[in-house]
Design a protein around this ligand. Sequence first.
Ligand code: ATP
Ligand code: MG
Ligand code: MG
Ligand code: MG
Length: 572
Amino acid sequence: MRASQFFISTLKEAPADAEIISHKLMMRTGMIRRLGSGIYTYMPLGLRIIRKIEKIIREEMNRSGAVELLMPLVQPAELWQETGRWEKYGPELLRIKDRHGRDFIIQPTSEEVVTDIARSVINSYRQMPVNFYHIQTKFRDERRPRFGLMRGREFTMKDAYSFDRHVEGMEKSYQIMFDTYTRIFTRIGLHFRSVAADNGTIGGTGSHEFHVIAETGEDALVYCPTSDYAANMEAAESLPPSDVRPAPAEAMQKVLTPGKKSCEDVTAFLNMPLEKSVKVIAAIRLDAAEDAPDRFAVILLRGDHDLNEIKTQKIIGPFRFAAEDEIVQYTGTPSGYLGPVGLDKKPGIAVYADHTVTVMGDFICGANEVDHHLTGVNWDRDVPLPPVIMDFRNVVEGDLSPDGKGTLAILRGIEVGHVFQLGTHYSSDMNATFLDENGKSQFMQMGCYGIGVTRIMGAAIEQNNDERGIIWPLPIAPFDIVLCPMGYERSELVRKTTDDLLAGLLEAGIDAILDDRGERPGVMFADWELIGVPHRVVIGERGLKENMLEYQGRRDDAATTVPQAEIMDFIQ
Ligand code: ATP
Ligand code: MG
Ligand code: MG
Ligand code: MG
């Protein structure tokens, strides 16, 4: 590649809206261009990096036995209505209409479409396991798109979906993906960590996230340096409490009978004398019923917090928070919010906008005191459950690890990958069945696995930069090496040597670029250091007279003189 035929356009200053280093450097190097909020063009230089990331992902996915297909960006609303996500996904889902007024969405993820494929093409247990993946554009109408490619609205994801005939099979598929992700992030050359994660709104049974370690990461990770324990903060805080004490007797006496309740009744029932600083004022846990393996939670927030904060509150026990659109505001108390989860499931708690609450099924109610969460206020049971007090403080550095093998440390990370065990969550909603070895119809056991392709680009820069610019890990660098001739136009010797060297490098499969733009050395060097190319070779007449070239690695402080004949070995 010759720089004169490529497109290089660097800037001295980053635009004012670029807050973090990766966003600044991507803008300054001209790797991306903003088209709208959270929407970017990948310019030629940026696209090279994305293609290299995709290549590694594709190679490792294929090696794992997964098969590539390509599902549409635009998907009919009907499939999303089948799983209820048309309503549940909330404002992050971009909904559009065609000329006939039919509803469609731009996919934020593809569980519905892939499950629809599976239910029509898989009939027998013999056709599984199978793992379909694609690398495709996603759209999520994020509340706060920011940090360039890190939290875009349009972005590229690799998403994979496994189908198995039983739980053991699904667990095996999950493990294969876990190992594949470990290989992918290792090959890309990132410092990363996998952590146990909460299943969030997707539901299901097991989940891990992969995080690139960086100060600027949005997520807090908790780990034990002396054992294998690692979790994201939400999962860490949902562990069984270490501080278990009986609830006070009066808490046990509170009873809420089934039926329609006014908001005042529920508030009185929860009865919480709270410090103003305590944000979550109540959490109700529904006991899992046989026909509803999911557990449900209701979170009540004080009026002075907006919905935005609900998801960032601590998750206690097996609770999960209501998706935003499941939260119904009511005005019976000073503008609180009540969030039911699983309105379509039984048992559940239904909250209606007419200020009434219907309570169905068994549940345990809880209430917060400062630093503690009380559970075990029993209702509608013959035998009271053992009441407990949960430790409701933040996990802090130095806490005992839940495995008892050491103390906890906290790191910050950027979520670049996420693996989920889904079980029959989608297959049961969409009736995706197969015939097992006994000819019996069963729901498929699923897993889903995402990697943020474009986010990796930002995360890699966050982790690898200095005052001169980006320092790409070699496997995803836009170019492996840049050749900087001194007097390419002027000196026949320099030109010939540089051209030969370029040809030799390309021949050897090394991704080399020759800077023949005729820029001054200072400009040339500054540009390539900003862009972050790992190797640089300077070809000058003076050195060539002694058969010498100048080499500098991107992390080196100064150049080294290298005999011309040795340069190939030197950079490999
Ligand atoms: P986050 O917690 O950052 O919002 P998520 O948990 O919603 O991410 P997943 O649904 O797990 O994301 O999607 C799989 C992967 O897609 C994530 O691990 C992340 O790398 C990437 N991703 C998600 N949202 C975005 C986004 N807005 N911009 C870029 N990449 C994203
Ligand atoms: Mg998200
Ligand atoms: Mg997440
Ligand atoms: Mg995730």
